[in-house]
Write a protein that binds this ligand. Structure first.
Ligand SMILES: Nc1ncnc2c1ncn2[C@@H]1O[C@H](COP(=O)(O)OP(=O)(O)O)[C@@H](O)[C@H]1O
Ligand code: SF4
Ligand SMILES: [Mg+2]
Length: 328
């Protein structure tokens, strides 16, 4: 395993009770694998990725382990690393791309220089050499005329091109793990498809391992080998992509699937949506978080959080009522 998360919980202090953004989360990522992490807004996806990057604000209370095997070394718990060690790892071992490149790019610095700076942060090379590497990275993400584009400022580029610049910056130091947090959410559909193709190409070329996060199961299904579904800070289902689509067990996953358009969806018929909304995290009931919206609920569901159970080899679900994989 390149990455192994065990019992990860993240709380933010609050009154009368702390807000539990992520609750005893666990999953692993094998080298070269793409794991899709899906769930509605507020389910704890970004908090999970920021915990891996050690970028959560200081008031966050983090428990558990995030084991990462950098460069085939024995796994280390990222939560135990010192500030300098984690800085070394960021960008070179693990890097991240975000939804909105404009907030991550420096508006008053040429994009080539921003990438070159990321190169120099991890190796002792000259400005000229790092600029060359930056141009090369822009070429790798298929930016046309990269020598010229490298001298552009972020505002001179389209949204899609800016996201390519972010990806160039993320891969320039050849990280082993790339975390992509809603990398296509801010883009229109055509550009979104191009960015997904690019990520698939880069994955094949560099053997990237990827944690791909999206609220959109249709997008996740295009890139992920396995899919993890989160609801209110809990992992509710985890399975190979094909199984999620053929035989999802958890009522929430099944609801998400019904909202995904497929070739079989009758034209003109509105897509189904899951009734109700995600409760504010402070109001999540003590039992299954999905209980207020679930058509299969029984009285026990509200009493205690159901355990995550392996219902078929490699297929886990947190619902004792729908505890076997079923065809949709
Ligand atoms: N810095 C923070 N302080 C307090 N609460 C936070 C903070 N960051 C995130 N949260 C809360 O944690 C929950 C999970 O957020 P997040 O991981 O961003 O969700 P998403 O799945 O949409 O990425 C949300 O309820 C959010 O309001
Ligand atoms: S545990 Fe109960 S409420 Fe939760 S998803 Fe399963 S049936 Fe529905
Ligand atoms: Mg998010």
């Amino acid at each position: 395993m390149l990455l192994e998360i065990k019992n990860l919980s993240v709380e933010f202090p609050g009154t009368p009770t702390p807000l539990v953004a992520v609750h005893e989360l666990g999953f692993g990522l094998a080298r070269g694998e793409v794991l899709g992490l899906v769930g509605e807004s507020g389910s704890g996806k970004s908090v999970t990725s920021l915990a891996i990057m050690r970028l959560l604000p200081p008031q966050a209370i983090i428990r558990g382990e995030i084991r990462f095997a950098a460069n085939d070394r024995a796994p280390q718990d990222l939560l135990q690393l010192g500030a300098e060690e984690i800085r070394d790892l960021r960008g070179s071992g693990i890097s991240m791309i975000f939804q909105e490149p404009m907030t991550a790019l420096n508006p008053v610095m040429r994009v080539g220089e921003q990438i070159a700076e990321a190169v120099r942060a991890h190796s002792l090379i000259s400005r000229q050499e790092s600029w060359k590497r930056a141009v090369e990275a822009l070429r790798e993400v298929a930016i046309p005329d990269p020598e010229r584009r490298a001298s552009d400022y972020p505002h001179q580029l389209s949204g899609g091109m800016r996201q390519r610049v972010m990806i160039a910056m993320a891969i320039v130091n050849r990280p082993q793990l790339l975390i992509a947090d809603e990398p296509t959410t801010a883009l229109d559909v055509t550009i979104q498809a191009q960015i997904l193709d690019l990520l698939a190409e880069l994955r094949a070329k560099f053997g990237l391992t990827m944690l791909f996060i999206s609220h959109d199961l249709a997008v996740v299904s295009k890139v992920a080998d396995r899919v993890a579904v989160m609801y209110s800070g809990n992992l509710v289902e985890l399975a190979p992509r094909a199984e999620i689509f053929s035989t999802a067990a958890h009522p929430y996953t099944r609801g998400l699937l019904k909202a995904v358009p497929t070739l079989k969806t009758a034209r003109g018929r509105p897509l189904e949506t899951i009734e109700g909304t995600v409760p504010p995290l402070r109001d999540v009931p003590p039992g299954c978080g999905f209980e207020p919206r679930c058509h299969l609920r029984v009285p026990e569901c509200a009493r205690a959080l159901p355990p995550l159970i392996e219902i078929a080899p490699g297929h886990w679900a947190r619902c004792p009522v729908a505890n076997r994989p079923r065809a949709l």
